[in-house]
Design a protein around this ligand. Structure first.
Ligand code: HEC
Length: 357
């Protein structure tokens, strides 16, 4: 087969349709091995996502919970992710990745909060490598727009256009690095050729009040997905301290201007945004956070010039960072121990992902 753009259905018995594309690039077709490996990886990724996050009603909380828990723990998809994946919406299909505003996410954040907001049917296409060796794996999708507000990592509707793009998304594009054999960038797009795999009716939310986090009528910290809800066991004895150490760290981040830039509305207009405004986001960044402060690379001023903290502020911030990092490690170890001894019921497909003893 010499057409490199093919439409596949993974994990389903519906057979295989092939679309003919422009003639394959010389480089691509010369390296049959790379091609075959990429195609196999694409089939694995599409199959795993459709199995863990299948089509459901867009407000089905149980389906979302199951998808989120299993993606978070899944090894098959995770081992194909770069240490930090650039994520964001495709605003315009003609805009290059270099010129696109994207957010840097560690695998925990991507698999625990963002990708699970989408559903998959296993259908995908594989494109040809671009100048940087990135191949687009395009997965058909639809967005779970009817979940409660606290199921989104932050109120996406702070920007009506952003929320609209999520709702209209019909494909998730994984940019596969053929050399590293990992996903380096992922975008959701409304510009795919298929309709969304679930027909959605648009949802409107109350106007955004400027708060990325809030407390609900029951006194729960929201968004719940950002405080490890559903990802860590409610019985985890470290959860309370995780929350209190994050709060103390967040105060220091605010006092030291970090949250002037590292928040979703991207006041600094970074093309490669880093988010720190919730425990989940900060947890995925804590190592880089500590290193940037230790080495005086952060904070910066508006012109991007490093503005080292004075010794007192620096050590106060690092002290809270160390505390958060320590509790995070304890909480994770507790979860790992529990996973080894008490398998989670109701998610049989996780068996394969669990370490065997
Ligand atoms: C004026 C805006 C601004 C402020 C204030 C700021 N940052 Fe940053 N930060 C940036 C930009 C821009 C980047 C680089 C993103 C990129 O890779 O292009 C960055 C990157 C980072 C990264 C990722 C580092 C890496 O290894 O790639 C971390 C972590 C970080 N900042 C933490 C902090 C902390 C902690 C503070 C407060 C002490 C802070 N930042 C203050 C703008 C800012």
């Amino acid at each position: 087969m010499n057409a490199r753009l093919s439409l596949r259905t993974a994990g389903l018995a519906c057979g295989l349709a092939t679309l003919l594309a422009a003639s394959p690039s010389a480089v691509w077709s010369q390296d049959a091995n790379t091609t075959a490996r990429t195609e196999r990886a694409a089939a694995r990724l599409a199959g795993a996502l459709a199995r863990l996050c299948p089509v459901a009603e867009p407000g089905d909380q149980a389906a979302f919970d199951a998808c989120r828990r299993s993606l978070y723990r899944d090894v098959q998809v995770r081992r194909h992710l770069n240490d930090f994946v650039l994520w964001g919406r495709q605003k315009d299909p003609s805009l290059s990745l270099k010129d696109s505003t994207l957010t840097q996410f560690g695998p925990d954040v991507l698999m625990g909060m963002y990708v699970p907001l989408f559903m998959f049917n296993g259908r995908y296409t594989v494109g040809m490598p671009d100048a940087e060796g990135l191949v687009q794996i395009r997965l058909q999708t639809a967005f779970r727009n009817r979940l409660a507000p606290g199921q989104f990592p932050y109120p996406f509707w702070h920007d009506a256009d952003k929320w609209g793009t999520y709702e209209k998304a019909n494909q998730v594009i994984l940019y596969w690095d053929t050399k590293a054999e990992r996903v380096k960038v992922a975008q959701f797009t409304p510009f795919g050729s298929n309709p969304p795999i679930v027909a959605l009716q648009s949802v409107s939310h109350p106007a955004f009040d400027g708060q990325w986090r809030w407390t609900d009528a029951q006194g729960r910290v929201q968004p719940v997905v950002t405080v490890f809800d559903g990802l860590m066991d409610p019985a985890n004895p470290h959860l309370g301290e995780l929350d209190s150490t994050y709060k103390r760290l967040a105060l220091k981040l605010r006092d030291n201007q970090c949250l002037d830039c590292h928040v979703p509305n991207n006041p600094d207009r970074s093309k490669r945004l880093v988010l720190l405004q919730t425990p989940m986001h900060a947890a995925a960044e804590i190592k880089r956070l500590m290193e940037s402060v230790r080495k005086d690379r952060m904070p910066r001023d508006d012109a991007g010039i490093e503005q080292p903290l004075d010794a007192h502020d620096k050590s106060a911030l690092l002290e809270e960072g160390v505390a958060f990092e320590r509790v995070l490690e304890q909480a994770r170890q507790w979860e790992a121990g529990r996973m080894a001894t008490a398998p989670m019921p109701a998610l049989p497909h996780l068996q394969a992902a669990r370490p065997t003893r």
